[in-house]
Design a protein around this ligand. Structure first.
Ligand code: AVI
Length: 326
């Protein structure tokens, strides 16, 4: 069964490469140069992101772990609701590091549910299924490989049970506000009465704390961002000289947007997929936004997307929130 869901939805390598080329070239030909942050995560990028999560400055992972380790009973109380069997769907499950605390708790309590992790990478899902099979043998797991909303539709067609959707890690902040609003509306439209979502938001806090998390002294975040250029060199035969681009990070406490850029250190031309992209000295590429939210912004967003906010669960420092919406 699992094989069926995963294999039928994986795009071929060549169509993925074509998409990467199209999106990279389009982004770099725009008036303000940009590269989609989803392409940060190749194999080296995944490893660098693991290193980021271990950095003392990068508080997000510790905060959400604090919630999933220490407020597990509260999380499970909101999720369980009427006690009927349900599907627990995790968007971008990755290694399910945080959610596995909740999964263990639910299994130990004898709650009836099926865990459906969704990820674009079938490989990651296979590893996750193997690992969770060993760690929590009683867990019913049925992964879905593909794009979030396509797989959410698939999950809905597979069972009529109540759905609980997890979207953790502050990943929602890696979208611009317009996309965040569109995403939440689409999420609402993909679900039925009684379904719920639990979304992890990084909260606004002291601007230095936020900036430091993305501007680490060891240069791991810089390496993470520059790796995107290395990826384009390898996969598209581009000729970026990574020594001639520099990581630059900003945090704007007015908008709550933390942004990373790569700045060209000289006038230079870069060839990518048969197109030449001219860079002026100090011209920059937008790489990623990591939006920070206030509790008011989160409540407004829930309401505007057609959800009712049930509960906010915060870590002990009040830096991060998992917000439950119905
Ligand atoms: C995955 N995402 C929530 C991270 C963030 O905090 O925006 C990605 C990241 N980029 C640089 N450091 C971490």
């Amino acid at each position: 069964n699992t094989e069926l869901h995963t294999n039928s939805n994986i795009q071929t390598d060549s169509s993925l490469l074509e998409k990467l080329k199209q999106e990279a070239v389009d982004g770099l030909l725009g008036i303000s140069k940009t590269l989609p942050s989803k392409y940060l995560y190749d194999e080296a990028g995944d490893r660098l992101f693991q290193d980021i999560m271990k950095m003392p400055e990068y508080y997000l992972t510790d905060c959400e772990l604090d919630i999933f380790k220490n407020r597990t009973a509260e999380l499970s109380d909101i999720i369980i609701q009427d006690g009927q069997p349900f599907d627990l769907i995790e968007l971008g499950a990755g290694d399910a590091m945080k959610s596995s605390f909740l999964l263990k708790h639910l299994v130990n309590e004898g709650i009836k549910f099926t865990y459906r992790p969704i990820d674009i990478s079938g490989h990651i899902l296979n590893e996750l299924e193997d690992r969770l099979g060993k760690e929590i043998p009683e867990l019913k797991i049925d992964p879905l490989a593909g794009e979030y909303f396509e797989m959410l539709g698939e999950a809905t067609s597979l069972s009529a049970r109540r759905k609980v959707v997890l979207f953790l890690g502050g990943n929602i902040g890696n979208m611009e506000w317009k996309e965040i609003e569109k995403f939440c509306l689409e999420l609402n439209q993909s679900l039925s009465q009684g379904d719920m979502v639990l979304i992890g938001f990084d909260l606004r806090k002291n601007p230095h704390t936020i900036l430091n998390a993305y501007n680490d002294k060891a240069g791991i975040t810089a390496a993470f961002n520059l790796n995107m250029l290395t990826r384009l060199n390898r996969e598209l035969g581009a000729d970026f000289d990574t020594e001639q681009f520099q990581h630059y990070q900003t945090y704007d406490p007015v908008s709550g947007a933390c942004r990373s850029y790569l700045v060209s250190l000289k006038d230079q031309n870069v060839a990518i997929g048969g197109t030449t992209i001219p860079f002026l000295q100090n011209e920059f590429i937008n790489i990623e936004v990591s939006q920070k939210f206030s509790l008011t912004e989160i409540a407004d967003l829930a309401e505007r997307s057609g959800f009712k906010l049930l509960k906010n669960i915060q870590d002990s420092r009040g830096w991060f929130v998992d917000s439950a919406w119905k």
